[in-house]
Design a protein around this ligand. Structure first.
Ligand SMILES: Cc1cc2nc3c(=O)[nH]c(=O)nc-3n(C[C@H](O)[C@H](O)[C@H](O)COP(=O)(O)O)c2cc1C
Length: 281
């Protein structure tokens, strides 16, 4: 069985911070390890790969510098417009094409995810790429069980509507990515989470927003699945007891693109007005 854990925690990957193989080079931005170093090259050789576009060049090549000092980019009106469009056109995707996705792109998405803010800079995100077909099948079985149980909570027309919704693309999606929060991490030394320990999980969720937007910018879609039993997921993926399940993502090329969320389109839930979400005190 193959399972890949990309835990960008030195503790998990190498046992201790002192054993970091790149520790001596850390101050040089171009010497930073990339997540792709942790991915097997073989992972991308199944079927047609999604081609890399120019945005997948290493970030260090895009940096303007003043001597050795990186200079901030200029974010102009055109960029702001594109960024807004990216937010508008991001969708939770359940309908995927079967094209294989280059694992280098997935590595880049994870790397961008890890640029998210985290409480105390604790970086509690742990990413698990699920490749093994038996584990994937076990996840799909668990989704089917949980979804049937969820359906049983609705009656009449609501139940009929729920039954018609497509709430996962697990069978079609070429990439399965399980995301966890290491609730035992000492990184960040507790800063910011004494009164709100849940901020560790909030941090992981922020990283997922990065990942989903970065995926959309590369023509990929991500679908977030929470209709799973967290303990089952942990057992199936043999996850350390301290890691809390946050999300199971399907990633791949979307079959269709829409401005409206799928749940809006199928009459489940409309977008809320500003008067509901914005308040003044
Ligand atoms: C925490 C969380 C859990 C979610 N779980 C599921 C899920 O199990 N199945 C599903 O189809 N969508 C799931 N979604 C996606 C939402 O349904 C989706 O974000 C929402 O309908 C709005 O659509 P949009 O993301 O395309 O804007 C989840 C989203 C979040 C943030």
């Amino acid at each position: 069985m193959r399972i890949m854990v990309i835990a960008f925690s030195c503790k998990v990957a190498f046992g201790s911070r002192n054993k970091m193989p790149w520790a001596a080079q850390r101050r040089r931005p171009d010497a930073k390890p990339t997540i792709s170093q942790f991915l097997p090259h073989a992972a991308s050789d199944k079927g047609a790969a999604v081609t890399l576009d120019s945005t997948t060049e290493p970030r260090t090549q895009e940096l303007r510098t003043d001597g050795d000092t990186p200079m901030p980019p200029v974010f102009d009106d055109a960029f702001r417009h594109s960024l807004s469009e990216l937010f508008r056109w991001r969708r939770d995707v359940r309908r995927f094409r079967s094209d294989r996705v280059d694992m280098q792109v997935i590595a880049e998405l994870i790397e961008l995810a890890t640029l998210a803010p985290s409480v105390g800079h604790s970086q509690p995100w742990r990413f698990v790429i699920v490749e093994d077909s038996a584990r994937r099948k076990a996840i799909i079985d668990n989704f089917n069980t949980c979804n049937a149980a969820a359906l049983a909570n609705y009656d009449g027309a609501e139940a009929a509507l729920y039954a018609k919704l497509k709430l996962a693309g697990l069978c079609e999606a070429p990439v399965h990515l399980a995301v966890f929060c290491d609730s035992s991490t000492a990184d960040g030394r507790g800063l910011g989470r004494m009164t709100m320990p849940e901020t560790l999980v909030f941090s992981v969720i922020g990283s997922l927003q990065n990942l989903m937007l970065a995926a959309r910018a590369r023509g990929l879609g991500a679908g977030w699945i929470s209709i799973l039993e967290p303990r089952e997921v942990a057992t199936i993926l043999e996850i350390p007891a301290e890691w809390r399940f946050v999300a199971y993502l399907c990633i791949g090329r979307p079959e269709e693109e829409h401005l409206d969320p799928e749940l809006e389109r199928h009459g489940w839930q409309a977008r809320l007005p500003q008067s509901t979400v914005l308040h003044r005190r």
